[in-house]
Write a protein that binds this ligand. Sequence first.
Ligand SMILES: NC(=O)c1ccc[n+]([C@@H]2O[C@H](COP(=O)([O-])OP(=O)(O)OC[C@H]3O[C@@H](n4cnc5c(N)ncnc54)[C@H](O)[C@@H]3O)[C@@H](O)[C@H]2O)c1
Ligand SMILES: [Zn+2]
Ligand SMILES: [Zn+2]
Length: 361
Amino acid sequence: MAQEVRGVIAPGKDEPVRIETIVVPDPGPGEAVVRVQACGVCHTDLHYKQGGISDDFPFLLGHEAAGVVEAVGDGVTDVEPGDFVILNWRAVCGKCRACLRGRPWYCFDTHNAEQKMTLTDGTELSPALGIGAFAEKTLVAAGQCTKVDPDVAPQVAGLLGCGVMAGIGAAINTGNVGRGDTVAVIGCGGVGDAAVAGSHLAGAARIIAVDIDDRKLETARTMGATHTVNSRETDPVEAIRDLTGGFGADVVIEAVGRPETYKQAFYARDLAGTVVLVGVPTPEMKLELPLLDVFGRGGALKSSWYGDCLPSRDFPMLIDLHLQGRLDLGAFVTETIQLDEVEKAFERMHHGDVLRSVVVL
Ligand SMILES: NC(=O)c1ccc[n+]([C@@H]2O[C@H](COP(=O)([O-])OP(=O)(O)OC[C@H]3O[C@@H](n4cnc5c(N)ncnc54)[C@H](O)[C@@H]3O)[C@@H](O)[C@H]2O)c1
Ligand SMILES: [Zn+2]
Ligand SMILES: [Zn+2]
């Protein structure tokens, strides 16, 4: 029997989000229904609402979630009802060309549920990143459920489902930050701060946090930044070079998603250094760079999809580090809110008042 639950939808471009009754089908083969316990508000949800990702309105928003598996469909063996899971948007297929080459963190054919969740009038919903977890329950592909230690609080665990994993992974997976490296992170929201925390975890010698908001810079310090730069007041490229012996950082992580901050990242890295773009641009943005500089500065210009994470490898490991007191995931939760406060949370995010607002259900 399909169930009716409450969920937050984005009805159309730039329209305010609202709570609607969502029809959640029983799980079919390879699917699972998850009772959502917590779901963080990510900038990507705001991009969806603004029409910056696609026009497939209405969206069922929310994708940084943890909860308990309620029911599974035929053929599901990796999870069972009662399991505490973090939802991921990389359910690896095992068969695409990336998977077959042993690089499943790039999987080009990730799974989502095949059935659609709908409104009560039958309108099909597009779940954000194939998850849609600003809802009491959601239907996903079973591979989107990653079991972790249930001792962790759901509002903390859920954050690994997107932004915090993207940031930590941008540093430790994509950027390959290692002991003794110098790192700069441009944009210190939830994702950037996670990149700071990930760099700290990986043993970076110097971690320079850059933002236009002093409050964000203060928080970045608590995450492990050794130096901070307010790029509204100071040229960040010069500042990063000054803090790295005049050369630039080994790894610069762009966590804003704008051409001007990408350019800063490009010029603030040392020769043969690495730029990691983890911020998500919008379709109209363009980048212009002298091709000779692209060649002459060498190194690597990389994009980081979801922190190049492998959920089955990275989620349980990071939750264990958290439970051991070696990674303070709780520091990312600025506030917990109710389902009907998502619109307000977008405003607070827009004004830079929060690192993460987390809906608890
Ligand atoms: N690659 C991925 O897989 C992935 C996953 C999740 C989120 N993201 C993206 O990462 C980006 C950051 O997400 P978030 O949730 O941390 O957002 P956020 O709004 O919490 O943080 C953005 C930060 O950038 C700062 N900022 C804005 N303009 C700036 C500028 N010109 N210079 C320096 N700092 C500036 C803001 O003050 C804020 O602290 C977004 O584009 C989001 O869509 C990417
Ligand atoms: Zn694959
Ligand atoms: Zn996200």
